[in-house]
Design a protein around this ligand. Sequence first.
Ligand SMILES: [Zn+2]
Length: 262
Amino acid sequence: MLTRWWQSRTLARERRRYCRSDWRAARAALPLLAGLSDEQDGRLADLALRFLRDKRLEAVQGLQLTAQMRLIIGLQAALPVLELGLDWYRGWYALILYPAEFVPAREYVDADGLVWVDDAVKSGEAWEQGPVILSWADVAAGRTLDGYNVVLHELAHKLDMRDGAANGRPPLHAGMSGQSWTQAFTAAYADLNRRAAAGNATLIDPYGAESPAEFFAVVSEAFFEVPGLLNAEYPAVYSQLRAFYRQDPLARLGAGARPGNR
Ligand SMILES: [Zn+2]
């Protein structure tokens, strides 16, 4: 009882942070929310508030986090779990925001005991049982429907990690076939790898050819932003993601959404 009382009180406090113009501006910045029914839109807003209450948003390197920026992140974070529930994001607590791309410069030890420094420039990261890290410049650039969305990308990794290390396959719902999932994803991943290796232009971000985990994150971005394109390229993958996310962005957004300039 006490927990429920506390939760509703902290939720009310979170709600008071935002005025109507913050909500309006955040929604206007997110065309990927187009086509949601009033009922879905209401649930999305509620989930976004709960997400923002439960996770600690931490801006670093002088970045100033506004109410509107919080909503832009919260609403996008809520979208993938709109029909799954916030429980899918449990087990981690912090979302760290850099002003722009960042270099983690982290040391790690490989299987042979050699120490390496990871100094690649990143727009986002999702740690297993740890924080999600995002570059605000990339979040801001991801507002157009071009299939690139760093919030959806990193949170797709988090969904994938629900059952351990990211391997490109989140825990599937009852009634979904693991075999159908594997067939759809293996064939599409092989195709993207072949085309990327041949240097051919691909409509799906070739970064997805890095690993099955990256492939799942990249096709999740495409699913919500350019569903028509994903469905045309890899219809079996689209249909598996529709079953997993329990949403049909193609019906909602139409086939009109096409990638813009990268
Ligand atoms: Zn990734």
